[in-house]
Design a protein around this ligand. Structure first.
Ligand code: COA
Length: 658
């Protein structure tokens, strides 16, 4: 995870001072590709793939031609893969953003005494956003330096500057990531507050003065009163943004026919972020429930329409204390999101709310409700979007699990990379549940390079397979010593791939670049990209990501294929938080079972390490819970209850508070 240093990217000569993303050599990528897929294919499939790859890489062949073109592209552009990657990963994907694309950070549960506490929390948070925005506007954010593997390198900061200035515009064929570049006229500075499916413009700078927390609270109170008025209520237009991207692009075109709607869309598209004041969602607030509520709002009957998914940052503040942030993923990665939210939470922990009595309330113009002119056609579209969201909500199977027995310190003591160790545990868990290895994605940051985003660590290595087979053959044919050697081999292979990926030498971006170059040159698609192996290797049944935090919160996201798992983990010194997602309508997957299998894998690996150190084996704290290896929701809530809370300290009662 990156650490903060006081040097800003301006001091360092900006991101232009960073090296460009290198272009791997073609033969290296083709050899690695074959190594990555061989054990995921039948012998017959691999035989065919080998011949196809050989032909592609032959001297003077298509591969070399495309490689040459990529070389030219890398000379002309800041980052040869950025645009290809952005389109492939996000903008060409037509699936609805909630669950399928937008990750969420879940804050510790808040204990609001009543609605006024909730609004104070919101005002404090917005005040933190404005504080952070001041740093961003001055481009004064301290540069991140890599930690962990190859620590110490400066990281590209560009993603931060998109947090509050971009917007994902739906398109019939492809979405567009719109960035508001600062120009001569400063952009209007406003936040959109969503409350009871209504949208309100909250200007945060009035008469060249940034609103203080007291002002913000006053405005939020006004918004809540306006939203409460039933006769003024407008249809939940935000639901349209939860739909497939093509459907939303079509609905948006219908909305745009009315000038009232155009004005409202314009205000939303140019806002800094959304603050969604959610109604309470029901009695059960386990970690898993909170994660789902952050991802989809509970559906059209709850807070599903109280969102605008195209906007990168939507802070959610539930009346029941269920809070977090859901993000449109195309402008930035989870690590940047963590840094931003940690800044905000630390701002809130560190600075008591400044709800001092300030300037007269009447000086502030009232916030404005956004108006929508809704034809029968729009009502019909809304109802179709609501149905689809309802199905998505019912289909999401989320399990948040916390392993309290040990964390990354134990793993480091074994002289192993904690990230690699957890990845191997995920491989073991999947194999135990499904009896085969599957193509696995782990995001690896390439922010060491200009405009760097991520590449893929293909964690289903042959070495991991050898280890999981030894652990699961049921015949106890391998001794503990052999198993330990296989574990070490699996971790070494995983660590080696990690280093390849973070230094820009992994295969996924390169293969994507070659494929997209062929498309750009309007060539017939080379066989290698039509081959079954390529399709299989790009179906990431396990989609995994490490998102570590230093503040008590966790990240979650949905699976990327219908029969897959999303597995996001947050390794801490003495515990590991794991969020597993899958779809109920897939008969092969079950998030709770997978979490249990990960726990078992982690416990078995710990025991193996202990045994091999020839120490007195530590008591297996998880042993008693073998039958119920996943901590129950009740236990999770208990753990959570002991976490630090963001406390909103108010010096004096708020006049007019609800
Ligand atoms: N022995 C002892 N300690 C070791 C070790 C070993 N063999 N190998 C690693 N460690 C230590 C590291 O020094 C580090 O120590 P620190 O906690 O004091 O910094 C710690 O273990 C963690 O290192 P490791 O587990 O190897 O992982 P990492 O921090 O290098 O992370 C990635 C690896 C791939 C997750 C990281 O490089 C990355 O790319 N992160 C971004 C992921 C991302 O983008 N997520 C969001 C997607 S939306």
């Amino acid at each position: 995870m990156p650490v903060l240093n006081r040097e800003t990217s301006k001091d360092k000569g900006g991101d232009n001072a960073l090296p460009k993303l290198p272009l791997p050599e073609l033969p290296d990528t083709l050899a690695r590709y074959q190594r990555c897929v061989k054990h995921l294919l039948t012998e017959e499939q691999f035989h065919r793939t080998k011949a196809i790859v050989q032909q592609f890489g032959a001297p003077g062949g298509v591969g070399e031609h495309l490689q040459q073109k990529l070389k030219e592209r890398s000379e002309k552009t800041a980052n040869w893969v950025y645009e290809y990657w952005l389109n492939d990963m996000y903008l060409n994907n037509h699936l609805p953003l909630p669950v399928n694309s937008s990750p969420a950070m879940v804050f510790p549960p808040q204990h609001f005494g009543g609605p006024s506490d909730c609004l104070r929390f919101a005002a404090h948070l917005i005040s933190g956003v404005l504080d952070y925005k001041t740093l961003l506007d001055a481009r004064a954010l301290p540069v991140d330096y890599a930690r962990g593997q190859l620590a110490g390198t400066a990281m590209c900061m560009e993603q931060y500057y998109r947090l509050f200035t971009s917007y994902r515009l739906p398109g019939p064929h492809r979405d567009t990531l719109v960035a508001q570049e600062s120009c001569v006229m400063p952009e209007p500075e406003h936040i959109i507050v969503a409350c009871k499916n209504q949208f309100f413009v909250l200007d945060v700078v009035i008469n060249f003065r940034r609103l203080n927390e007291r002002d913000l609270l006053t405005q939020l109170e006004r918004i809540v009163r306006m939203a409460d008025s039933e006769e003024e209520r407008l249809p939940p237009i935000g639901l349209l943004t939860t739909d497939g991207r093509t459907e939303w692009a079509e609905s948006r075109a219908v909305l745009m026919r009315e000038s009232t709607n155009r004005d409202s869309l314009d205000m939303i598209e140019r806002c800094m972020c959304l603050v969604c004041l959610d109604d309470a969602s029901g009695p059960e607030i386990s970690d898993s429930t909170r994660a789902t509520l952050m991802l989809h709002g509970g559906g059209p009957g709850k807070n599903g329409g109280n969102r605008w998914y195209d906007k990168p940052m939507q802070f959610i503040i539930g009346a029941d204390g269920c809070c977090g942030v859901v993000c449109e993923h195309s402008p930035f990665e989870g690590i940047v999101l963590v840094q931003c939210t940690e800044h905000l939470l630390k701002y809130m922990y560190g600075s008591p709310s400044k709800l001092v009595r300030a300037a007269s309330v009447s000086e502030l113009p009232a916030p404005r409700r956004l108006r929508w002119k809704c034809t029968a056609e729009i009502h019909k579209l809304l109802s179709a979007s609501a149905d689809k969201l309802h199905r998505l909500v019912r289909n999401l199977d989320m399990n948040v699990y916390r392993l309290d027995v040990y964390g990354k310190e134990f793993i480091k003591k074994q002289k192993m990379s904690p990230d690699a160790y957890i990845q191997v545990a995920l491989q073991l868990a999947y194999y135990r549940c499904h009896g085969r290895p599957v193509s696995t994605y782990e995001s690896a940051s390439i922010r060491r390079f200009r405009e760097g985003r991520v590449d893929n660590i293909r964690s289903a290595t042959p070495e991991a397979l050898a280890f999981v087979k030894a652990m699961t053959d049921g015949k106890l044919s391998s001794s503990d010593k052999e198993k330990m050697e296989l574990l070490q081999g699996a971790i070494a292979a995983q660590t080696k791939y990690t280093i390849l990926a973070i230094t820009g030498m992994a295969i996924d971006n390169h293969l994507l670049g070659l494929r997209e170059m062929a498309r750009e040159l309007k060539m017939e698609m080379p066989e290698i990209f039509k081959d079954e192996a390529y399709v299989i290797s790009n179906q990431f049944i396990l989609s995994t990501s490490q998102v570590p935090t230093t503040v008590e919160m966790f990240c979650c996201y949905g699976p990327v294929v219908p029969n897959g798992y999303g597995a996001c983990y947050n390794p801490q010194s003495d515990h590991i938080v794991l969020c597993v997602s899958s779809f109920h309508d897939c008969p092969q997957t079950c998030s709770a079972d997978f979490s249990k299998a990960v726990e078992r894998a982690l416990m078995d690996m710990k025991e193996l390490c202990n045994t091999n150190q020839q120490k007195q084996p530590e008591p297996r704290q998880g042993a008693e819970s073998k039958g119920k290896s996943t901590a129950s929701e009740g236990e999770l809530s208990k753990n959570q209850a002991s976490l630090p809370k963001v406390v909103v300290k108010t010096a004096d009662p708020v006049p007019g508070g609800r």
